[in-house]
Design a protein around this ligand. Structure first.
Ligand code: NDP
Length: 367
């Protein structure tokens, strides 16, 4: 198999990580896990805000291509100037004892390289979704973190979010009976200057970015892995935004137990992120389900005595509570040497399904 130059760089970095693998030293639980934030964009802002409410996490370093912005965040979060790095000298945080972990919040196609470099520097990695832009990169990231004895978690915040967790627990309790079908959607009307429209940076369109929430939700709601997937995509040829990535993608999934799911993602319209689960004895819906706050859970089902329950639970927690929960979990795993609930393998699975969906829709992914 021949490797592209990009794959070769990633594979070489993974091999280097293996050679420099430090022994895993349990982090003392009385010292908050120190995070270097890599890429100071919108989501990094939410995450850094979330960390301020976390008892076991702290922002201790910043990596940015914009020194002025980094200086502003350093002042805001009490990060010393000596702990501000750029993309070239970042690897020297290997010698910074206050950096235990990194949070990778870069455009999708940069996740693999920066995860592997961080692992090589002996740091645990919390990486944003999508994990990367293809299956080869996902394997390289997992291997590099294993070989360097560091943890890898993909930032699937819904796995740590109470409204989503309650939906899962109601379904598992049998409240709505046998799950028959799921509908889910998520999308937004994208601005023309977003890096998300550049395939080299994004790897794909709304499926990689927001459709992944629906894909992942159908998996955690059913507790099953898709047996079959079929997708169909359409992009307006007259809209210059969609020259490189898809505008709309819809797909159907069949799960082994017979549950079917129907999902929809777009960059052409503002589409509430939601899921609706139909069971043999009732239904459950989270709408919105994937926003940073304002989530709402509704359901109708019969309890054990046959009485109809009508549930309507708005979640009053405010952003950045989901990011705090996510940081709490990863830091707990670092302190207690546990595997995160959403490890690299969870991101890899989504990447495998995304590959099948793009293939089904006739869309070529980047090697
Ligand atoms: P932004 O564009 O807001 O931020 C990305 C940052 O990456 C930039 O601010 C910049 O930081 C850095 N960067 C380095 N190279 C480039 C480049 N060539 N082009 C653009 N930025 C570059 O993106 P988001 O924060 O919205 O998304 C970042 C990641 O987080 C994505 O993978 C996305 O999928 C994920 N995400 C996850 C969400 C969630 O809820 N879990 C929600 C939103 C995004 P600097 O200027 O400091 O160098």
């Amino acid at each position: 198999m021949s490797l592209t130059r990009r794959q070769f760089t990633i594979a070489s970095a993974a091999a280097m990580a293996a050679r420099f693998a430090p022994p895993l030293i349990a982090q003392p639980a009385d010292k908050p896990v120190g995070y270097a934030i890599i890429g100071l964009g919108r989501i990094a802002d939410h995450f850094m805000d979330g960390i301020q409410h976390s008892p076991n996490s702290k922002v201790t370093a910043l990596v940015s291509g914009h020194p002025d912005k980094a200086a502003r965040y350093a002042e805001k979060y009490g990060v010393p100037k000596s702990s501000i790095y750029n993309y070239e000298n970042m690897d020297s945080f290997r010698d910074n004892p206050n950096v235990d972990a990194v949070y990778v919040a870069l455009p999708n196609s940069m996740h693999a390289e920066y995860t592997i470099r961080s692992a090589k520097a002996g740091k645990h990695v919390l990486c944003e979704k999508p994990m990367c832009i293809n299956v080869t990169e996902a394997h390289a990231m997992i291997d590099a973190c294993k070989q360097a004895n560091v943890k890898l978690m993909i930032a699937y915040r819904c796995h740590y979010e109470p409204t989503n967790l309650k939906a899962v627990s109601l379904i598992r309790s049998g409240a709505i009976g046998k799950v028959e079908s799921i509908q889910s959607a998520f999308g937004f009307n994208i601005g023309a200057t977003e890096w998300r429209l550049n395939k080299k940076l994004a790897g794909g369109g709304p499926l990689m970015d927001v459709g992944i929430y629906c894909l992942n939700a159908t998996r955690y709601l059913t507790g099953e892995e898709p047996a079959d997937l079929h997708a169909y995509a359409f992009s307006d040829p007259a809209d210059p935004r969609f020259r490189q990535v898809e505008e709309n993608l819809v797909w159907n999934t069949k799960f082994p137990s017979g549950v079917v799911a129907s999902c929809n993602t777009t960059y052409g319209s503002n589409m509430d992120g939601y899921f609706h689960v139909y069971g043999s004895k009732g239904w459950i819906e989270a709408r919105p389900a994937f926003n940073y706050d304002g989530l709402r859970l509704r359901a109708e089902y019969q309890d054990a005595s046959g009485k109809w329950i009508s549930l309507d639970e708005p979640n009053i927690q405010k952003d950045p509570y989901q990011f705090t929960a996510e940081a709490n979990h990863f830091s707990h795993c670092v302190h207690h040497n546990q595997t995160p609930k959403t490890p690299g393998e969870e991101g890899l699975r989504d990447m495998e399904y995304i590959t099948r969906l793009y293939s089904s829709a006739g869309i070529q992914m980047l090697a």
